[in-house]
Design a protein around this ligand. Structure first.
Ligand SMILES: Nc1ncnc2c1ncn2[C@@H]1O[C@H](COP(=O)(O)OP(=O)(O)OP(=O)(O)O)[C@@H](O)[C@H]1O
Length: 521
Protein backbone atom coordinates (compact mmCIF):
# COMPACT_ATOMS: atom_id res chain seq x y z
CA UNK A 1 0.00 0.00 0.00
CA UNK A 2 1.49 3.34 -0.80
CA UNK A 3 2.50 5.73 1.89
CA UNK A 4 0.30 8.63 0.85
CA UNK A 5 -2.82 6.51 0.95
CA UNK A 6 -1.89 5.24 4.41
CA UNK A 7 -1.25 8.82 5.49
CA UNK A 8 -4.63 9.91 4.25
CA UNK A 9 -6.29 6.89 5.83
CA UNK A 10 -4.92 7.96 9.21
CA UNK A 11 -6.02 11.51 8.61
CA UNK A 12 -9.56 10.37 7.86
CA UNK A 13 -9.64 8.21 10.99
CA UNK A 14 -8.51 11.15 13.07
CA UNK A 15 -11.17 13.37 11.48
CA UNK A 16 -13.85 10.83 12.37
CA UNK A 17 -12.91 10.82 16.03
CA UNK A 18 -12.42 14.55 16.28
CA UNK A 19 -15.00 16.51 18.29
CA UNK A 20 -17.26 18.26 15.77
CA UNK A 21 -16.30 21.74 14.78
CA UNK A 22 -18.30 24.61 16.23
CA UNK A 23 -18.44 26.43 12.93
CA UNK A 24 -21.63 25.68 11.00
CA UNK A 25 -21.33 25.20 7.26
CA UNK A 26 -23.26 27.43 4.88
CA UNK A 27 -26.28 26.02 3.04
CA UNK A 28 -24.64 26.88 -0.31
CA UNK A 29 -22.05 24.23 0.31
CA UNK A 30 -19.23 26.68 -0.21
CA UNK A 31 -17.78 25.99 3.21
CA UNK A 32 -18.89 22.35 3.04
CA UNK A 33 -22.33 21.09 4.08
CA UNK A 34 -23.95 18.39 6.20
CA UNK A 35 -25.22 15.03 5.01
CA UNK A 36 -28.61 13.68 6.22
CA UNK A 37 -26.62 11.78 8.90
CA UNK A 38 -25.14 15.09 10.01
CA UNK A 39 -21.66 14.28 8.68
CA UNK A 40 -19.49 17.05 7.21
CA UNK A 41 -19.50 16.98 3.39
CA UNK A 42 -16.46 18.80 2.09
CA UNK A 43 -16.97 21.46 -0.57
CA UNK A 44 -15.70 20.95 -4.13
CA UNK A 45 -12.82 23.35 -3.48
CA UNK A 46 -11.76 21.40 -0.40
CA UNK A 47 -11.95 18.14 -2.34
CA UNK A 48 -9.78 19.63 -5.07
CA UNK A 49 -7.24 20.79 -2.50
CA UNK A 50 -7.20 17.39 -0.82
CA UNK A 51 -6.73 15.66 -4.18
CA UNK A 52 -3.88 18.02 -5.06
CA UNK A 53 -2.21 17.47 -1.69
CA UNK A 54 -2.63 13.72 -2.07
CA UNK A 55 -1.01 13.78 -5.50
CA UNK A 56 1.83 15.88 -4.16
CA UNK A 57 2.50 13.66 -1.17
CA UNK A 58 2.23 10.46 -3.24
CA UNK A 59 4.68 11.75 -5.78
CA UNK A 60 7.04 13.02 -3.12
CA UNK A 61 7.17 9.74 -1.21
CA UNK A 62 7.42 7.64 -4.34
CA UNK A 63 10.42 9.68 -5.44
CA UNK A 64 12.00 9.49 -2.02
CA UNK A 65 11.60 5.72 -1.86
CA UNK A 66 13.02 5.33 -5.34
CA UNK A 67 15.98 7.51 -4.58
CA UNK A 68 16.69 5.66 -1.29
CA UNK A 69 16.52 2.34 -3.11
CA UNK A 70 18.91 3.56 -5.81
CA UNK A 71 21.29 4.87 -3.17
CA UNK A 72 21.26 1.50 -1.44
CA UNK A 73 21.92 -0.28 -4.73
CA UNK A 74 24.88 1.99 -5.50
CA UNK A 75 26.35 1.31 -2.05
CA UNK A 76 25.89 -2.46 -2.47
CA UNK A 77 27.44 -2.43 -5.90
CA UNK A 78 30.45 -0.47 -4.69
CA UNK A 79 30.90 -2.76 -1.68
CA UNK A 80 30.83 -5.79 -3.98
CA UNK A 81 33.38 -4.25 -6.33
CA UNK A 82 35.62 -3.34 -3.41
CA UNK A 83 35.39 -6.82 -1.95
CA UNK A 84 36.57 -8.27 -5.27
CA UNK A 85 39.42 -5.77 -5.59
CA UNK A 86 42.92 -5.66 -4.13
CA UNK A 87 42.24 -2.45 -2.22
CA UNK A 88 43.25 -2.30 1.47
CA UNK A 89 40.56 -2.08 4.14
CA UNK A 90 41.50 1.50 5.00
CA UNK A 91 41.26 2.54 1.37
CA UNK A 92 37.93 0.74 1.02
CA UNK A 93 36.55 2.74 3.95
CA UNK A 94 37.79 5.97 2.42
CA UNK A 95 36.14 5.18 -0.91
CA UNK A 96 32.85 4.34 0.79
CA UNK A 97 33.01 7.56 2.79
CA UNK A 98 33.69 9.45 -0.43
CA UNK A 99 30.58 7.92 -2.02
CA UNK A 100 28.46 8.93 0.98
CA UNK A 101 29.77 12.52 0.79
CA UNK A 102 28.91 12.67 -2.93
CA UNK A 103 25.48 11.19 -2.31
CA UNK A 104 24.78 13.92 0.25
CA UNK A 105 25.97 16.57 -2.20
CA UNK A 106 23.68 15.11 -4.87
CA UNK A 107 20.70 15.17 -2.47
CA UNK A 108 21.40 18.81 -1.69
CA UNK A 109 21.41 19.66 -5.38
CA UNK A 110 18.21 17.73 -5.89
CA UNK A 111 16.49 19.68 -3.13
CA UNK A 112 17.38 22.95 -4.83
CA UNK A 113 14.13 24.38 -6.21
CA UNK A 114 14.64 25.46 -9.76
CA UNK A 115 13.06 28.75 -10.75
CA UNK A 116 13.10 31.24 -13.61
CA UNK A 117 15.79 33.28 -11.86
CA UNK A 118 18.23 30.35 -12.20
CA UNK A 119 18.27 31.23 -15.92
CA UNK A 120 19.35 34.29 -17.84
CA UNK A 121 16.76 34.91 -20.58
CA UNK A 122 18.23 35.45 -24.06
CA UNK A 123 16.77 35.65 -27.59
CA UNK A 124 13.13 34.80 -28.34
CA UNK A 125 13.00 31.97 -30.92
CA UNK A 126 9.34 31.07 -31.00
CA UNK A 127 5.88 32.28 -30.19
CA UNK A 128 2.89 30.03 -29.69
CA UNK A 129 -0.71 30.31 -28.67
CA UNK A 130 0.06 30.25 -24.96
CA UNK A 131 3.43 31.86 -24.58
CA UNK A 132 6.90 32.11 -25.96
CA UNK A 133 10.08 30.09 -26.39
CA UNK A 134 13.49 31.67 -25.87
CA UNK A 135 17.02 30.51 -25.41
CA UNK A 136 18.41 30.97 -21.93
CA UNK A 137 21.61 30.36 -20.00
CA UNK A 138 21.63 28.49 -16.73
CA UNK A 139 23.49 30.78 -14.35
CA UNK A 140 25.23 28.07 -12.31
CA UNK A 141 26.55 26.01 -15.22
CA UNK A 142 26.54 28.33 -18.23
CA UNK A 143 24.58 25.70 -20.20
CA UNK A 144 22.23 26.91 -22.92
CA UNK A 145 18.64 25.67 -23.06
CA UNK A 146 15.33 26.51 -24.70
CA UNK A 147 12.82 27.86 -22.21
CA UNK A 148 9.13 27.53 -23.01
CA UNK A 149 7.01 29.82 -20.90
CA UNK A 150 3.24 29.36 -20.74
CA UNK A 151 0.75 31.69 -19.13
CA UNK A 152 -1.23 29.83 -16.49
CA UNK A 153 -4.32 32.02 -16.71
CA UNK A 154 -4.46 31.45 -20.46
CA UNK A 155 -4.13 27.67 -20.01
CA UNK A 156 -6.94 27.70 -17.46
CA UNK A 157 -9.14 29.97 -19.55
CA UNK A 158 -8.89 27.65 -22.52
CA UNK A 159 -9.17 24.44 -20.56
CA UNK A 160 -5.66 23.31 -21.48
CA UNK A 161 -4.46 22.27 -18.01
CA UNK A 162 -4.66 18.56 -18.77
CA UNK A 163 -2.87 19.07 -22.07
CA UNK A 164 0.01 20.95 -20.52
CA UNK A 165 0.40 18.23 -17.92
CA UNK A 166 0.37 15.62 -20.67
CA UNK A 167 3.16 17.47 -22.45
CA UNK A 168 5.25 17.61 -19.30
CA UNK A 169 4.61 13.92 -18.60
CA UNK A 170 5.48 12.80 -22.08
CA UNK A 171 8.69 14.79 -22.19
CA UNK A 172 9.71 13.45 -18.80
CA UNK A 173 8.78 9.86 -19.58
CA UNK A 174 9.92 9.24 -23.14
CA UNK A 175 13.67 9.03 -23.45
CA UNK A 176 14.29 8.87 -27.18
CA UNK A 177 16.64 10.64 -29.53
CA UNK A 178 13.62 11.52 -31.71
CA UNK A 179 11.98 13.55 -28.93
CA UNK A 180 13.20 16.88 -27.60
CA UNK A 181 14.74 16.36 -24.16
CA UNK A 182 13.31 17.97 -21.06
CA UNK A 183 15.77 19.19 -18.44
CA UNK A 184 13.29 20.45 -15.86
CA UNK A 185 9.90 22.06 -15.43
CA UNK A 186 8.73 24.47 -12.75
CA UNK A 187 6.23 27.23 -12.17
CA UNK A 188 5.73 30.57 -10.50
CA UNK A 189 2.47 32.31 -9.75
CA UNK A 190 1.94 33.40 -13.36
CA UNK A 191 3.73 30.96 -15.64
CA UNK A 192 4.66 27.34 -16.26
CA UNK A 193 8.17 26.74 -17.56
CA UNK A 194 9.69 23.90 -19.56
CA UNK A 195 13.48 23.94 -19.81
CA UNK A 196 14.43 21.83 -22.83
CA UNK A 197 17.50 21.13 -24.86
CA UNK A 198 17.99 23.87 -27.45
CA UNK A 199 17.78 22.61 -31.03
CA UNK A 200 19.55 25.30 -33.05
CA UNK A 201 18.69 24.00 -36.53
CA UNK A 202 15.26 25.67 -36.55
CA UNK A 203 11.96 24.02 -37.32
CA UNK A 204 10.69 22.23 -40.42
CA UNK A 205 8.24 25.06 -41.14
CA UNK A 206 11.13 27.52 -41.52
CA UNK A 207 13.13 25.04 -43.59
CA UNK A 208 10.19 24.44 -45.94
CA UNK A 209 9.60 28.16 -46.32
CA UNK A 210 13.23 28.68 -47.26
CA UNK A 211 13.44 25.76 -49.67
CA UNK A 212 9.87 25.69 -51.10
CA UNK A 213 10.01 21.93 -51.66
CA UNK A 214 12.36 19.06 -50.77
CA UNK A 215 13.70 16.44 -53.13
CA UNK A 216 12.28 12.95 -52.64
CA UNK A 217 15.54 11.83 -51.01
CA UNK A 218 15.48 14.73 -48.55
CA UNK A 219 11.79 14.12 -47.84
CA UNK A 220 12.43 10.39 -47.37
CA UNK A 221 14.99 11.20 -44.70
CA UNK A 222 12.76 13.56 -42.72
CA UNK A 223 9.56 11.57 -43.20
CA UNK A 224 11.57 8.54 -42.02
CA UNK A 225 12.74 10.31 -38.86
CA UNK A 226 9.19 11.53 -38.24
CA UNK A 227 7.97 7.91 -38.50
CA UNK A 228 10.48 6.93 -35.79
CA UNK A 229 9.47 9.86 -33.59
CA UNK A 230 5.75 9.08 -33.89
CA UNK A 231 6.46 5.40 -33.27
CA UNK A 232 8.34 6.22 -30.07
CA UNK A 233 5.49 8.28 -28.58
CA UNK A 234 2.90 5.67 -29.61
CA UNK A 235 4.96 3.04 -27.79
CA UNK A 236 4.31 5.05 -24.64
CA UNK A 237 0.60 5.27 -25.49
CA UNK A 238 0.63 8.95 -26.32
CA UNK A 239 -1.17 10.44 -29.32
CA UNK A 240 0.16 13.79 -30.51
CA UNK A 241 -2.85 14.89 -32.63
CA UNK A 242 -1.15 18.09 -33.73
CA UNK A 243 1.97 17.04 -35.60
CA UNK A 244 2.93 19.80 -38.02
CA UNK A 245 6.18 21.15 -39.49
CA UNK A 246 6.38 23.77 -36.68
CA UNK A 247 6.77 20.93 -34.18
CA UNK A 248 9.55 19.14 -36.06
CA UNK A 249 12.81 20.66 -34.84
CA UNK A 250 16.30 20.16 -36.22
CA UNK A 251 19.34 19.66 -34.06
CA UNK A 252 22.76 21.04 -34.83
CA UNK A 253 23.46 18.14 -37.20
CA UNK A 254 20.16 18.38 -39.07
CA UNK A 255 18.48 15.43 -37.33
CA UNK A 256 14.86 15.89 -36.49
CA UNK A 257 13.14 15.78 -33.10
CA UNK A 258 9.49 16.04 -32.26
CA UNK A 259 8.31 18.68 -29.77
CA UNK A 260 5.21 20.46 -28.48
CA UNK A 261 3.07 17.76 -26.94
CA UNK A 262 -0.48 18.17 -25.89
CA UNK A 263 -0.87 21.85 -26.49
CA UNK A 264 -3.49 21.41 -29.12
CA UNK A 265 -4.97 24.69 -30.09
CA UNK A 266 -8.69 24.80 -29.65
CA UNK A 267 -9.81 24.75 -33.22
CA UNK A 268 -13.51 25.35 -32.95
CA UNK A 269 -15.39 23.45 -35.60
CA UNK A 270 -18.50 23.13 -33.47
CA UNK A 271 -20.40 25.64 -35.58
CA UNK A 272 -20.02 23.50 -38.67
CA UNK A 273 -22.76 20.94 -38.73
CA UNK A 274 -22.65 17.42 -40.17
CA UNK A 275 -24.39 18.64 -43.35
CA UNK A 276 -21.55 21.06 -44.04
CA UNK A 277 -19.10 18.23 -43.62
CA UNK A 278 -20.94 15.83 -45.91
CA UNK A 279 -19.17 14.66 -49.05
CA UNK A 280 -22.00 15.86 -51.29
CA UNK A 281 -21.51 19.42 -50.11
CA UNK A 282 -18.63 20.44 -52.32
CA UNK A 283 -18.21 23.59 -50.34
CA UNK A 284 -14.99 24.95 -51.67
CA UNK A 285 -15.57 23.72 -55.21
CA UNK A 286 -18.20 25.66 -57.10
CA UNK A 287 -19.19 28.20 -54.45
CA UNK A 288 -17.45 30.14 -51.72
CA UNK A 289 -18.76 30.34 -48.16
CA UNK A 290 -20.80 33.45 -48.89
CA UNK A 291 -22.37 31.89 -51.96
CA UNK A 292 -20.26 33.81 -54.46
CA UNK A 293 -18.77 31.81 -57.36
CA UNK A 294 -15.32 30.41 -56.58
CA UNK A 295 -12.24 32.19 -57.92
CA UNK A 296 -10.43 30.59 -60.86
CA UNK A 297 -8.11 27.75 -59.81
CA UNK A 298 -4.60 28.80 -58.80
CA UNK A 299 -1.51 27.28 -60.36
CA UNK A 300 0.81 25.36 -58.07
CA UNK A 301 3.20 28.33 -57.99
CA UNK A 302 0.46 30.78 -57.07
CA UNK A 303 -0.86 28.46 -54.40
CA UNK A 304 2.68 28.08 -52.98
CA UNK A 305 3.19 31.84 -52.79
CA UNK A 306 -0.20 32.31 -51.23
CA UNK A 307 0.48 29.62 -48.64
CA UNK A 308 3.85 31.09 -47.73
CA UNK A 309 2.32 34.55 -47.25
CA UNK A 310 -0.22 33.12 -44.81
CA UNK A 311 1.90 30.50 -43.13
CA UNK A 312 3.55 32.45 -40.31
CA UNK A 313 0.37 34.28 -39.52
CA UNK A 314 -1.39 30.93 -39.07
CA UNK A 315 1.45 29.57 -36.95
CA UNK A 316 1.32 32.43 -34.46
CA UNK A 317 -2.44 32.90 -34.43
CA UNK A 318 -4.43 31.67 -31.47
CA UNK A 319 -6.46 29.22 -33.56
CA UNK A 320 -3.47 27.67 -35.30
CA UNK A 321 -3.41 25.89 -38.60
CA UNK A 322 -5.76 22.92 -39.07
CA UNK A 323 -3.93 21.80 -42.23
CA UNK A 324 -2.42 18.64 -40.73
CA UNK A 325 -5.25 17.53 -38.46
CA UNK A 326 -6.98 14.23 -39.26
CA UNK A 327 -10.68 14.28 -40.25
CA UNK A 328 -11.71 12.06 -37.32
CA UNK A 329 -10.13 14.56 -34.89
CA UNK A 330 -12.00 17.45 -36.51
CA UNK A 331 -15.26 15.52 -36.42
CA UNK A 332 -14.71 14.72 -32.73
CA UNK A 333 -15.95 11.20 -33.34
CA UNK A 334 -13.26 9.51 -31.31
CA UNK A 335 -9.81 8.91 -32.66
CA UNK A 336 -6.73 6.86 -31.98
CA UNK A 337 -3.06 6.83 -32.79
CA UNK A 338 -3.82 6.62 -36.52
CA UNK A 339 -4.52 10.37 -36.54
CA UNK A 340 -0.76 11.04 -36.27
CA UNK A 341 -0.15 9.03 -39.45
CA UNK A 342 -2.63 11.24 -41.30
CA UNK A 343 -0.60 14.29 -40.20
CA UNK A 344 2.52 12.57 -41.50
CA UNK A 345 0.81 12.18 -44.91
CA UNK A 346 -0.09 15.88 -44.99
CA UNK A 347 3.48 16.89 -44.06
CA UNK A 348 4.95 14.58 -46.70
CA UNK A 349 2.62 16.12 -49.31
CA UNK A 350 3.77 19.61 -48.28
CA UNK A 351 7.44 18.63 -48.46
CA UNK A 352 7.01 17.47 -52.07
CA UNK A 353 4.36 19.90 -53.36
CA UNK A 354 5.17 23.07 -51.36
CA UNK A 355 1.90 23.54 -49.51
CA UNK A 356 -0.37 21.17 -47.59
CA UNK A 357 -3.01 19.12 -49.41
CA UNK A 358 -6.14 20.88 -48.12
CA UNK A 359 -4.86 24.42 -47.95
CA UNK A 360 -7.47 27.13 -48.17
CA UNK A 361 -7.56 30.82 -47.30
CA UNK A 362 -9.99 30.19 -44.45
CA UNK A 363 -9.13 27.64 -41.74
CA UNK A 364 -12.77 26.58 -41.62
CA UNK A 365 -12.73 25.87 -45.33
CA UNK A 366 -9.56 23.78 -44.80
CA UNK A 367 -11.48 21.77 -42.20
CA UNK A 368 -14.25 21.11 -44.69
CA UNK A 369 -11.77 20.02 -47.33
CA UNK A 370 -10.10 17.65 -44.87
CA UNK A 371 -13.37 16.03 -43.94
CA UNK A 372 -14.24 15.72 -47.64
CA UNK A 373 -10.74 14.54 -48.51
CA UNK A 374 -12.01 12.17 -51.22
CA UNK A 375 -12.98 15.08 -53.47
CA UNK A 376 -10.17 17.42 -52.44
CA UNK A 377 -7.01 15.36 -52.38
CA UNK A 378 -5.31 16.22 -55.68
CA UNK A 379 -1.73 16.38 -56.92
CA UNK A 380 -0.96 19.43 -59.11
CA UNK A 381 0.09 18.37 -62.59
CA UNK A 382 3.12 20.69 -62.61
CA UNK A 383 4.75 18.84 -59.72
CA UNK A 384 6.81 15.74 -60.44
CA UNK A 385 6.24 13.12 -57.78
CA UNK A 386 7.11 9.44 -58.08
CA UNK A 387 4.18 6.98 -58.16
CA UNK A 388 5.56 5.38 -54.96
CA UNK A 389 5.46 8.71 -53.10
CA UNK A 390 1.91 9.40 -54.34
CA UNK A 391 0.85 5.94 -53.27
CA UNK A 392 2.22 6.40 -49.75
CA UNK A 393 0.57 9.81 -49.38
CA UNK A 394 -2.77 8.37 -50.54
CA UNK A 395 -2.43 5.50 -48.08
CA UNK A 396 -1.89 7.94 -45.23
CA UNK A 397 -4.53 10.50 -46.23
CA UNK A 398 -7.49 8.14 -46.18
CA UNK A 399 -10.05 6.47 -43.94
CA UNK A 400 -8.80 5.15 -40.61
CA UNK A 401 -9.59 1.54 -41.55
CA UNK A 402 -7.47 1.68 -44.68
CA UNK A 403 -4.79 4.00 -43.32
CA UNK A 404 -1.24 2.68 -43.25
CA UNK A 405 0.11 2.64 -39.70
CA UNK A 406 -3.21 1.59 -38.16
CA UNK A 407 -1.61 -1.77 -37.42
CA UNK A 408 1.73 -0.26 -36.36
CA UNK A 409 4.58 1.81 -37.80
CA UNK A 410 6.04 -1.28 -39.49
CA UNK A 411 3.33 -1.01 -42.16
CA UNK A 412 4.68 2.39 -43.17
CA UNK A 413 8.32 1.34 -42.90
CA UNK A 414 7.60 -1.53 -45.29
CA UNK A 415 6.10 0.73 -47.98
CA UNK A 416 8.02 0.64 -51.27
CA UNK A 417 8.83 4.37 -51.17
CA UNK A 418 11.15 3.50 -48.25
CA UNK A 419 12.74 0.55 -50.06
CA UNK A 420 16.33 0.13 -48.83
CA UNK A 421 15.86 2.61 -45.97
CA UNK A 422 18.17 1.69 -43.09
CA UNK A 423 15.78 2.45 -40.26
CA UNK A 424 18.20 1.50 -37.47
CA UNK A 425 20.89 3.79 -38.80
CA UNK A 426 18.77 6.82 -39.68
CA UNK A 427 19.85 8.83 -36.63
CA UNK A 428 23.52 7.95 -37.14
CA UNK A 429 23.52 8.88 -40.84
CA UNK A 430 24.53 12.25 -42.23
CA UNK A 431 21.32 14.28 -42.28
CA UNK A 432 19.69 15.43 -45.52
CA UNK A 433 20.20 19.03 -44.55
CA UNK A 434 22.96 20.43 -42.29
CA UNK A 435 21.90 23.72 -40.75
CA UNK A 436 24.37 26.55 -40.39
CA UNK A 437 25.06 27.10 -36.71
CA UNK A 438 28.07 29.20 -35.74
CA UNK A 439 28.00 29.07 -31.97
CA UNK A 440 25.82 27.88 -29.14
CA UNK A 441 23.85 31.15 -29.08
CA UNK A 442 23.27 31.27 -32.82
CA UNK A 443 19.56 31.74 -33.64
CA UNK A 444 19.88 32.42 -37.37
CA UNK A 445 17.61 29.45 -38.16
CA UNK A 446 14.70 31.06 -36.36
CA UNK A 447 12.41 33.96 -37.14
CA UNK A 448 13.29 37.29 -35.52
CA UNK A 449 10.80 38.27 -32.82
CA UNK A 450 10.23 41.62 -31.20
CA UNK A 451 10.74 41.67 -27.42
CA UNK A 452 7.38 42.38 -25.83
CA UNK A 453 7.41 45.68 -23.95
CA UNK A 454 5.79 44.43 -20.77
CA UNK A 455 8.47 41.81 -20.24
CA UNK A 456 8.68 41.17 -16.49
CA UNK A 457 12.24 40.65 -15.30
CA UNK A 458 12.67 37.04 -14.23
CA UNK A 459 14.24 38.04 -10.92
CA UNK A 460 11.06 39.58 -9.52
CA UNK A 461 9.71 36.12 -8.83
CA UNK A 462 12.78 34.98 -7.01
CA UNK A 463 13.77 34.45 -3.41
CA UNK A 464 12.22 32.31 -0.72
CA UNK A 465 8.70 33.32 -1.80
CA UNK A 466 9.07 31.37 -4.99
CA UNK A 467 8.46 28.07 -3.23
CA UNK A 468 5.32 29.31 -1.51
CA UNK A 469 3.88 30.95 -4.57
CA UNK A 470 4.27 27.91 -6.75
CA UNK A 471 2.98 25.44 -4.22
CA UNK A 472 -0.25 27.41 -3.87
CA UNK A 473 -1.64 26.58 -7.28
CA UNK A 474 -3.66 23.39 -7.05
CA UNK A 475 -4.34 23.31 -10.78
CA UNK A 476 -0.75 22.62 -11.65
CA UNK A 477 0.33 20.28 -8.86
CA UNK A 478 2.98 17.83 -10.02
CA UNK A 479 4.29 20.05 -12.79
CA UNK A 480 7.71 20.45 -11.25
CA UNK A 481 10.31 18.02 -12.56
CA UNK A 482 14.07 17.73 -12.72
CA UNK A 483 16.05 15.46 -15.01
CA UNK A 484 19.54 15.27 -13.58
CA UNK A 485 21.05 12.87 -15.99
CA UNK A 486 20.25 14.09 -19.45
CA UNK A 487 21.99 17.32 -19.97
CA UNK A 488 25.43 16.65 -18.67
CA UNK A 489 25.56 12.98 -19.52
CA UNK A 490 23.88 12.82 -22.91
CA UNK A 491 24.34 16.34 -24.11
CA UNK A 492 23.72 16.69 -27.84
CA UNK A 493 27.17 16.16 -29.39
CA UNK A 494 26.72 19.10 -31.73
CA UNK A 495 26.27 21.60 -28.94
CA UNK A 496 29.12 20.14 -26.93
CA UNK A 497 31.46 20.67 -29.89
CA UNK A 498 30.36 24.24 -30.34
CA UNK A 499 30.63 25.14 -26.70
CA UNK A 500 33.59 27.22 -25.70
CA UNK A 501 35.31 25.76 -22.69
CA UNK A 502 33.23 26.94 -19.77
CA UNK A 503 35.10 28.07 -16.71
CA UNK A 504 32.07 27.33 -14.59
CA UNK A 505 31.71 24.03 -12.83
CA UNK A 506 29.46 21.44 -14.37
CA UNK A 507 26.74 20.01 -12.23
CA UNK A 508 27.79 16.52 -11.15
CA UNK A 509 25.35 13.68 -11.58
CA UNK A 510 25.33 10.59 -9.42
CA UNK A 511 25.86 8.50 -12.52
CA UNK A 512 29.01 10.40 -13.46
CA UNK A 513 30.26 10.58 -9.87
CA UNK A 514 29.71 6.91 -9.38
CA UNK A 515 31.53 5.94 -12.54
CA UNK A 516 34.40 8.19 -11.45
CA UNK A 517 34.56 6.40 -8.09
CA UNK A 518 34.51 3.01 -9.76
CA UNK A 519 37.05 3.92 -12.41
CA UNK A 520 40.24 3.33 -10.40
CA UNK A 521 39.08 -0.09 -9.19
N1 LIG B 1 13.62 23.01 -27.74
C1 LIG B 1 13.57 23.91 -28.72
N2 LIG B 1 14.67 24.24 -29.40
C2 LIG B 1 14.60 25.14 -30.41
N3 LIG B 1 13.48 25.76 -30.80
C3 LIG B 1 12.35 25.48 -30.16
C4 LIG B 1 12.32 24.54 -29.09
N4 LIG B 1 11.05 24.45 -28.66
C5 LIG B 1 10.32 25.29 -29.42
N5 LIG B 1 11.08 25.92 -30.33
C6 LIG B 1 10.66 26.94 -31.31
O1 LIG B 1 9.52 27.61 -30.81
C7 LIG B 1 8.39 27.40 -31.68
C8 LIG B 1 7.14 27.31 -30.85
O2 LIG B 1 7.29 26.23 -29.96
P1 LIG B 1 6.08 25.32 -29.55
O3 LIG B 1 5.36 24.89 -30.79
O4 LIG B 1 6.55 24.28 -28.62
O5 LIG B 1 5.24 26.41 -28.74
P2 LIG B 1 3.70 26.43 -28.50
O6 LIG B 1 3.42 27.64 -27.68
O7 LIG B 1 3.28 25.15 -27.92
O8 LIG B 1 3.19 26.55 -29.95
P3 LIG B 1 1.88 26.05 -30.61
O9 LIG B 1 1.14 27.32 -30.79
O10 LIG B 1 2.33 25.42 -31.89
O11 LIG B 1 1.20 25.07 -29.70
C9 LIG B 1 8.73 26.13 -32.48
O12 LIG B 1 8.07 26.12 -33.72
C10 LIG B 1 10.24 26.29 -32.63
O13 LIG B 1 10.56 27.14 -33.69
Amino acid sequence: MDIARRWFGKLRLKEKHKPSSKKESTPTGKEGSKSPLNEEIPSAATKQKVEAAKQYIEKHYKEQMRSLQERKERRNMLEKKLADSEVSEEEQNNILKYLERKETEYMRLQRHKMGADDFEPLTVIGKGAFGEVRICREKSTGNIYAMKKLKKSEMLRRGQVEHVKAERNLLAEVDSNCIVKLYCSFQDEEYLYLIMEYLPGGDMMTLLMRKDTLTEDEARFYVGETVLAIESIHKHNYVHRDIKPDNLLLDRNGHMKLSDFGLCKPLDCSNINEKDFSVGNNYSGALQSDGRPAKPKRTQQEQLQHWQRNRRMLAYSTVGTPDYIAPEVLLKRGYGMECDWWSLGAIMYEMLVGYPPFYSEEPLSTCRKIVNWRTHLKFPEEVKISPEAKDLICKLLCNVEQRLGTRGASEIKAHRWFKGNEWDKLYQMKAAFIPEVNDELDTQNFEKFEESENQVPMTTKSGPWRKMLSSKDVNFVGYTYKNFEIVNDHEAPGIAQLKKKSTKQKRPTVKSLFSRILLPL
